[in-house]
Design a protein around this ligand. Structure first.
Ligand SMILES: Cc1cc2nc3c(=O)[nH]c(=O)nc-3n(C[C@H](O)[C@H](O)[C@H](O)COP(=O)(O)OP(=O)(O)OC[C@H]3O[C@@H](n4cnc5c(N)ncnc54)[C@H](O)[C@@H]3O)c2cc1C
Length: 303
């Protein structure tokens, strides 16, 4: 089988993103191995194609015009997960997952195994790879608290890196640079009280359900938390909670002002970006704080 056999043409991005925007990707593949990823990178190089790595599409706004290049989606085909005891310390265990594994599955697997510390991840709708790239986190914890090793590809070479907190920042990481592609995560977690772990998973899920618009398309928090402030509070203080510029479907969520939502999936990326720009300008005019996007843009220009 040649690498071309796994490449599809003109694949619509809209169904592959939680914001439900995006035209076609001219080339698209969902590899099953690191070898296939490097084969795809070689193919892209030979054909002069830009490459974008897509995880679960929960933090990207894909452009209405689509993407003139190759999307490499790390999903189901690379989603194995494995639980082991730490042979050197019986109080700890390891969870090793491929990049395409859903982060919620990762968190739930940890909880089922009786490992504590990954409860925060159960409600984040990304992939393990996207979560490492973004250093996803919630309720005071993030990937940097649990990651001990990351597999990745850089310049076509598969590498393994022992990681510490220094390799991660607020919603970013070492792996968000230099075209690195995360292929797997190994986390070390302490064994805990299973009932307490399950109770914390439920508590965080209930908190999320109560405060976030989880049934409407979105990318979660649109903006990074500015130092010393909360984006949602600044947006609310600017009177924008529930605000929309038009009837496109793009709206500041009436439930959580930090979320821009796409009601019924009818808004295009242009509508969402217009609203994001409006929010940034209004909040800046009112508070002097320039909100920076946490969401990433796929295709088109960067806003
Ligand atoms: C309802 C909702 C709630 C959310 N809540 C949270 C939250 O509590 N905390 C939080 O941090 N985030 C949250 N998010 C945002 C999102 O889930 C996270 O940022 C997540 O980590 C993105 O993972 P993904 O696989 O969906 O990445 P994608 O959206 O597919 O990609 C995001 C970025 O990561 C890159 N990327 C993805 N996979 C890889 C890989 N394997 N190697 C290299 N680069 C890669 C992409 O190129 C892109 O730049 C939420 C989103 C939604 C919709």
């Amino acid at each position: 089988m040649s690498i071309e056999d796994i490449i599809r043409r003109d694949v619509l991005l809209k169904p592959l993103t939680t914001m439900k925007t995006g035209g076609p990707a001219s080339y698209f593949a969902e590899p099953s191995s690191e070898e296939e990823i490097t084969g795809l990178l070689d193919y892209a190089k030979e054909h002069g194609l830009d490459v974008f790595i897509l995880g679960n599409g929960s933090n990207v706004i894909a452009d209405d015009e689509g993407f003139e290049g190759l999307i490499i989606k790390l999903g189901n085909n690379m989603s194995s997960i494995n639980v082991e005891d730490d042979p050197d310390d019986s109080e700890y265990g390891f969870i090793t997952a491929q990049a395409g594994c859903l982060l919620s599955k990762f968190g739930n697997t940890a909880a089922t195994a009786g490992f504590e510390g990954a409860e925060f991840s159960c409600g984040i709708p990304g992939s393990v790879g996207g979560a490492v790239f973004m250093n996803a986190g919630a309720y005071g914890r993030d990937i940097s608290d649990i990651a001990v090793e990351v597999r990745y590809i850089e310049n076509g070479e598969v590498k393994l890196k022992k990681v510490s907190k220094d390799d991660f920042g607020y919603r970013t990481s070492f792996f968000a640079h230099n075209g690195r592609i995360v292929t797997g995560l190994r986390a070390r977690l302490k064994k805990g009280d299973k009932e307490a772990i399950d109770a914390l998973v439920r508590e965080l899920r209930d908190k999320r359900n109560a405060s976030q618009p989880l049934t409407v398309p979105s990318c979660g928090s649109t903006f990074k938390r500015p130092e010393g402030y909360f984006a949602g509070k600044l947006i609310q203080d600017s009177g924008l909670k529930g605000f929309s510029l038009d009837d496109s479907g793009a709206q500041v969520s009436p439930k959580h002002a930090g979320f821009v939502v796409n009601n019924n999936g009818t808004a295009g990326s242009g509508d969402i970006k217009k609203l994001i720009n409006y929010i940034q300008d209004k909040v800046y005019a009112d508070s002097g704080v320039r909100l920076e996007c946490e969401v990433r843009f796929l295709g088109g220009s960067e806003k």
